[in-house]
Design a protein around this ligand. Structure first.
Ligand SMILES: [Zn+2]
Length: 458
C-alpha cells in the first residue's frame, strides 16, 4: 500500500475516532479564554497575526498553488462565474487581513466542501451534484465563509500547538490500523504538503465552531437574499448515504446532520422569506441546468473512483432534467454498465453500521474485479447484473436514437457486449466507434480489442 493511500485511510480513521469521543476528551476545543463571544461580534477585530499564524498561512498558500498545479481544480468559465457570484453575495463587504476570497470547484466525487484560512473556498463536484438548488449552495458557501471570517483554522492551529505534539499525531497515524474508505483528493494533497495541516484537517473544527459556522452562515446567506431554508435543506441533501460510507467529511463531520437540521431550522425567523412551491421548483430546475456540465464530469469521476451508485444518482438527475439529451442518456447507460452486479440503491440492511463496516473491509481487501466476481457468484448479484445490463443496453440504444453520431455510446455498447460475451456484437460496436471517432485517444486499444474478439470468435 502506498504511503499516500495509507495516510489517506489513517486520517479518516483518526477523525472518526476523535469525533466519537466525549466532548471533554476532545484533543481540540475552542479556547475558553477570553469567554466565548456572542455570534454577532465580528471576530476579526481582535485577531492579531503572530508568527505561528504566518507560518500556517504560508503553508496554506503552497497547498493552494498545489491544488491548481495538480489539476485538482475544475475550471469551467460558466461554473467559475457562478460560484464567484453566489460566494461574493454571501461575503458581502467583509474585508479581512490576509484573506482573498476565491470560490472554486474541486474534481472530487466525495461530497465535501472546505475553506482555507486565506479565503480559498472549495466545493467538491460530488457535493455540487448532491445539492438541489442555489439556496443550498449559498448555505454551504456561507458556512465555509464563516470558518474563514471567524479565523477558525488559526484558532484551531494555536490550540493544537498548545495541546498536542505533532510527533504524537504522526505516531498515532502510523500505528492506526486502517479499515477502509477514500477520504478524497483534497485530503491526500494536504497529506503531501504538511504534517501540520494534516493534523489540523484530521482533527477538524470543534463542535462549537461548526455550530457557529452554521448559524452565522445562515444569517449571511439570508442577508444576501437567499432563502434561509437552504441551510437545513443542504444538510438533508447530504443525509443521503448513497454509498453507505463510514466516512465523515469535513463538511458533514460533527455535529450530527440531524442536529444541524434541527437547530438551523428552528433558528429561521418565523417571518422569514419562504419559497413557494413554484419558486422552489424553479430554483431546482435553474440550479440543475447550471450544473449539467459539472454533473457529467462528476459522473466520470465517480465511475473512476468506483462510486457507481453516486454515478447512477447523478446521471439519473441529468436524464430527469433533459430526457432527450443523448449525452445525458449516455451517462446513465455508462453508470448502469459499470454498476455491474450491484444494486443501484442500498437496502436498509446494507445501511446498518455493521453492514457498512463489513462492506468497507471488503472494499479495502479486494480488487474491484474480485468484488464483482464474488457478487456474481450469488443469486442476488446475478439478478442485479441481468437487470443493470439490460437497462444499460436499452439506454445506450436510446442515446444513439437521439444522436446517431454519439461515438462513445457505441464504445459503451461494445464494452457491455464484451462483458456479456456477445463477441461479434462487441466488435461491430467498437468498429462503429472508431469510424465516428478516428482520432480517439483509445483508438489503438479499441483496435486491438476488435482483433482479439474476432480472432477468438473464429
Ligand atoms: Zn464546517
Amino acid at each position: 500500500m502506498s504511503l499516500k493511500r495509507l495516510l489517506q485511510i489513517s486520517l479518516l480513521v483518526v477523525s472518526l475516532f476523535l469525533s466519537s469521543l466525549p466532548m471533554s476528551a476532545r484533543v481540540i476545543s475552542v479556547p475558553r479564554q477570553p469567554p466565548p463571544r456572542t455570534f454577532d461580534q465580528p471576530s476579526d477585530e481582535k485577531f492579531v497575526f503572530g508568527k505561528v499564524d504566518q507560518d500556517l498561512l504560508s503553508e496554506i498558500k503552497l497547498l493552494d498553488e498545489r491544488f491548481e498545479k495538480e489539476g485538482a481544480v475544475y475550471h469551467e468559465p460558466g461554473l467559475d462565474a457562478y460560484l464567484k457570484r453566489v460566494g461574493t453575495l454571501v461575503v458581502a463587504d467583509q474585508k479581512l487581513e490576509n484573506v482573498e476570497w476565491k470560490f472554486r470547484a474541486l474534481r472530487d466525487p466525495v461530497p465535501n466542501a472546505f475553506a482555507m484560512p486565506n479565503g480559498s473556498i472549495f466545493i467538491n463536484t460530488g457535493l455540487l451534484a448532491l445539492l438541489e438548488d442555489e439556496n443550498q449552495l449559498a448555505a454551504v458557501l456561507a458556512h465555509e465563509v464563516t470558518h474563514v471570517s471567524h479565523r477558525h483554522t488559526y484558532l484551531q492551529n494555536r490550540s493544537l500547538r498548545k495541546k498536542v505534539l505533532t510527533v504524537n499525531i504522526l505516531n498515532t497515524i502510523a500505528n492506526w490500523n486502517p479499515i477502509a474508505g477514500g477520504a478524497g483528493l483534497a485530503i491526500s494533497l494536504i497529506a503531501n504538503v504538511s504534517p501540520l495541516l494534516l493534523a489540523l484537517s484530521m482533527l477538524g473544527y470543534s463542535r462549537d465552531q461548526e455550530k457557529e459556522a452554521d448559524l452565522e452562515g445562515l444569517k449571511a446567506a439570508t442577508a444576501a437574499g437567499f432563502a434561509p431554508e437552504g441551510m437545513p435543506n443542504s444538510f438533508k441533501a447530504m443525509q443521503r448515504d448513497i454509498e453507505g460510507e463510514q466516512l465523515n467529511t469535513f463538511y458533514s463531520d460533527h455535529p450530527k446532520l440531524q442536529d444541524r437540521i434541527n437547530y438551523t431550522g428552528s433558528s429561521i425567523a418565523a417571518g422569514a422569506k419562504k419559497l413557494s412551491e413554484d419558486e422552489a421548483k424553479t430554483a431546482k430546475t435553474d440550479y440543475l441546468a447550471l450544473m449539467e456540465m459539472v454533473d457529467r464530469h462528476d459522473v466520470d469521476l465517480a465511475i473512476n473512483e468506483a462510486r457507481f451508485r453516486s454515478a447512477v444518482f447523478a446521471s439519473q438527475k441529468l436524464v430527469d432534467l433533459h430526457p432527450d439529451s443523448s449525452e445525458n442518456v449516455f451517462y446513465l447507460a455508462e453508470s448502469y454498465r459499470t454498476l455491474g452486479p450491484r444494486n443501484a440503491v442500498l437496502t436498509d440492511r446494507q445501511l446498518t453500521s455493521g453492514a457498512k463496516k463489513s462492506a468497507a473491509k471488503t472494499r479495502s481487501k479486494r480488487t474491484l474485479e474480485e468484488q464483482d466476481a464474488e457478487l456474481l457468484a450469488t443469486p442476488a448479484g446475478q439478478e442485479a447484473w441481468k437487470a443493470n445490463s439490460a437497462k444499460s443496453e436499452s439506454l445506450f440504444i436510446r442515446a444513439l436514437e437521439l444522436d446517431r453520431f454519439n461515438a462513445r455510446a457505441h464504445r459503451g455498447l461494445g464494452m457491455l457486449y464484451e462483458k456479456l460475451n456477445r463477441k461479434e456484437d462487441a466488435a461491430s460496436e467498437y468498429a462503429k466507434y472508431l469510424e465516428l471517432a478516428p482520432g480517439a485517444i483509445d483508438n489503438e486499444r479499441i483496435r486491438r480489442r476488435i482483433s482479439v474478439l474476432r480472432e477468438s470468435n473464429k
